[in-house]
Ligand binder design. Structure first.
Ligand SMILES: [Zn+2]
Ligand SMILES: [Zn+2]
Length: 286
């Protein structure tokens, strides 16, 4: 096993409804020929989900996976921010976080594994690149091997109603939110350096998120009280060839024998080796 073979990995993400506020970019102006109807289910609008929200979601899952191994990680907020005065910050420091960047002082310079992966201190880049997810409603045009997804763009209308009883719950205003329905695809992550503990932590973080997919804290994006952002997720076997990766999304076909053999190899040989590197690294810091 060469970890450098795992520089590019894919996470399968499936969600009935994803609401990423205003940040979904669509190609509706091209797709519509000038007569685009938001609400027409026949519209063939695709777009891009920027990586910001998925990245925060992933990071949180990976933080939890470090906590489960009794390690601490960088607090996501700046140590000099106002919330440092806040009780929440101190509570977080008791619950598995250290002030951002503190780990750089006593390690070999890479800091804790979360800092190493996500960077963000000074102009230090993270070592995992989170790519945007391009989606399209037309499955035949989705290239899963390039980190794309099938997804159906929807514009939802939400009435913000008054909470004053005297107002009789009259709508105060109407807002429109961008949503992607029935998302199913592959999120492409690239490691600038493929350390074994990175891949193990990614696998563990994704497992954690999948197991906690209905926890408010671990849903993705907005409208969480209304079932938005519940994500089924799974690290796709990094040993798969492109054609095998594609086959996973083909509902008419199951695994080949070769894919089953690779699943066993991954679970029984690769992952345990990567996991011991993670255990060693987490123990080393705390
Ligand atoms: Zn740290
Ligand atoms: Zn959490």
């Amino acid at each position: 096993m060469k970890t450098s073979d795992f520089r590019d990995v894919f996470v399968r993400v499936q969600s009935d409804l994803l609401i990423i506020d205003d940040s979904i970019m669509t190609d509706r102006h091209h797709a519509s020929n000038g007569n685009y109807e938001d609400t027409d289910p026949q519209n063939q609008i695709g777009g891009i989900i920027p990586a910001f929200s998925p990245s925060g979601w992933l990071r949180h899952g990976m933080e939890k996976a470090v906590h489960e191994r009794d390690g601490t990680v960088c607090h996501p907020g700046e140590a000099n921010a106002n919330f440092r005065k806040d009780g929440v910050y101190n509570r977080d420091l008791d619950a598995g976080y250290h002030p951002k960047g503190d780990c750089l002082e006593d390690e070999g310079g890479d800091g804790c594994v979360i800092h190493d992966l996500f960077g963000g201190f000074g102009n230090r880049p993270g070592k995992v690149m989170r790519r945007p997810i391009r989606f399209s409603p037309i499955r035949s045009s989705v290239d899963y091997t390039r980190g794309q997804a099938e997804g159906h763009y929807r514009r939802l209308n939400r009435n913000i109603v008054s909470r004053n009883r005297e107002d009789n719950r009259e709508p105060l205003r109407n807002t429109e939110v961008d949503a992607v329905a029935n998302l199913d695809g592959a999120w492409h992550l690239s490691f600038r350096e493929a350390k074994p503990e990175f891949i193990a932590l990614l696998a563990a973080g994704i497992d954690y998120l999948d197991a906690h997919q209905t926890d408010f804290m671990h849903q993705l994006g907005g409208a969480r009280n209304f079932g938005g952002g519940i994500v089924d997720c799974e690290l796709m076997n990094p040993l798969y060839e492109k054609s095998e990766l594609r086959r996973v999304f083909d509902r008419g076909k199951g695994n080949t024998k070769r894919m089953d053999a690779k699943d066993d190899e991954w679970a029984d040989e690769c992952l345990p080796e990567l996991q011991s590197a993670l255990t060693e690294r987490v123990e080393h810091v705390s």
